[in-house]
Design a protein around this ligand. Structure first.
Ligand code: SF4
Length: 379
């Protein structure tokens, strides 16, 4: 079983915190869709005819695709790949795009999971982050989708919102979180807002206009998030992902289990079980590369240490834990010795615990997952 990811690199506005690949100029949209279909056809052997169990439209903003464009891509996938009987087909959508007519289009096209970028219900924060939607649109996007019969709904939530130096607004994470819980959706992805250098927030941070939130406040919000979501039946199956009734994301989970996937579109990555492939991160160059057969792709063959590091990076964040046997089999003997001693340190510090041959992050460890994994990494 394998998955296909399609990157739609267009957005109406640039959110101030976002460092994904996208353009707010949509003039190349149809050319992009045509190129995506050509790439889909040209890579039909990439997954060695494995059955596709998940298709994911990410971006950017895939809900900017018209009905014709969306179906053009879906038809190309079904023409060129062998699709399992009930694939999970997810589309990331912004709340302002989700009216009843587009929901009907999604339903007819076989989209059975929507991931809606709400982020917060605080209108002032939404505006300050340069989001295109408001709280009312966010609420109705979920309600419309639920009324339409979409059971598999995920919403994005942002916490640890930075402090503003001059501008002040009322924002209480507790109130925001309750509004997310009241939506009664099956899946919540919760991200702590990190300030990336190339973004508007990164620039504001550099000149001191915004400051990152204190760790103690961010950690208190994380604790509250986990406790409140657990109280309401959500299982934290990955640090940032919470599901009810076993509605875990099949597509994202397959990345963490090292399954093969094909990424189509600019900036998309693919994995064939041996190498990692990355498409060029530029819309015009991508279209040119597809139509004139110019190779802008980079390829990286993974070493044993790389496999072990990736396993740690992804699986340690999940409820399934990281497999010590797998790590041991892939690391060189010297690297394993170093890993073992770092692991002992993290266990002693109370950041990791071991159960049988698997290691897991403790509640405290989840708050500093990135630094723990980098301590365990082998070079
Ligand atoms: S809509 Fe999504 S992809 Fe586009 S800028 Fe905002 S966060 Fe980034």
């Amino acid at each position: 079983m394998a998955g296909i990811y399609i990157h739609i690199p267009f957005c109406k506005k640039a959110c101030h915190y976002c460092d994904f690949h996208f353009s707010t100029n949509q003039t190349l949209k149809q050319e992009m869709v045509n190129s995506i279909c050509i790439e889909l056809k040209s890579k039909k052997d990439f997954l060695s005819y494995e059955k596709i169990e998940s298709i994911y439209f990410g971006g950017g903003t895939p809900s900017l695709l018209s009905e014709i464009q969306l179906n053009q891509i879906i038809n190309s996938i079904y023409t060129n790949y062998s699709i399992s009987e009930n694939p999970e087909i997810t589309l990331e959508a912004n709340p302002d795009d989700l009216d009843k007519s587009i929901l009907n289009v999604y339903f007819k096209s076989g989209i059975n999971r929507l991931s809606i970028g709400i982020q917060t219900f605080n209108n002032k924060v939404l505006k300050w982050m340069n989001r295109v939607h408001d709280a009312q649109q966010a609420f109705y996007s979920v309600k419309n989708a639920q009324d339409f019969g979409f059971e598999n709904l995920s919403v994005d939530l942002i916490y640890a919102i930075p402090k503003l130096e001059k501008k002040q607004f009322q924002y209480a994470f507790e109130d925001d979180l309750q509004k997310f819980i009241e939506l009664n959706v099956s899946h919540i992805s919760a991200y702590n807002l990190t300030i990336e250098p190339q973004t508007t927030f990164g620039k504001w941070h550099k000149i001191g206009t915004i400051k990152t939130i204190d760790d103690t406040i961010a950690n208190a919000q994380f604790d509250l998030l986990i406790a409140e979501l657990a109280k309401n039946g959500y299982e934290q199956y990955e640090i940032s992902n919470f599901a009810r009734n076993n509605k875990t994301a099949i597509h994202n989970t397959s990345y963490w289990f090292g399954k093969k996937y094909l990424g189509i579109g600019p900036s998309a990555h693919s994995f064939d079980g041996v190498c990692r492939f990355a498409n060029v991160c530029n819309n015009a160059k991508y279209i040119l590369s597809i139509n004139q057969n110019i190779d802008y792709q980079t390829i990286e063959k993974l070493s044993g240490n790389d496999f072990a590091n990736e396993h740690l990076l992804t699986r340690l964040r999940t409820k399934w834990g990281a497999d010590i046997d797998f790590i041991c089999q892939n690391l060189t003997p010297i690297a394993y010795k170093i890993f073992h001693s770092s692991l002992g340190n993290e266990i002693n510090k109370g950041n990791i615990f071991q159960y049988n041959n698997y290691i897991f992050l403790t509640q405290n460890g989840k708050k500093i997952a990135d630094s723990i994994t980098s301590n365990l990494f082998s070079t």
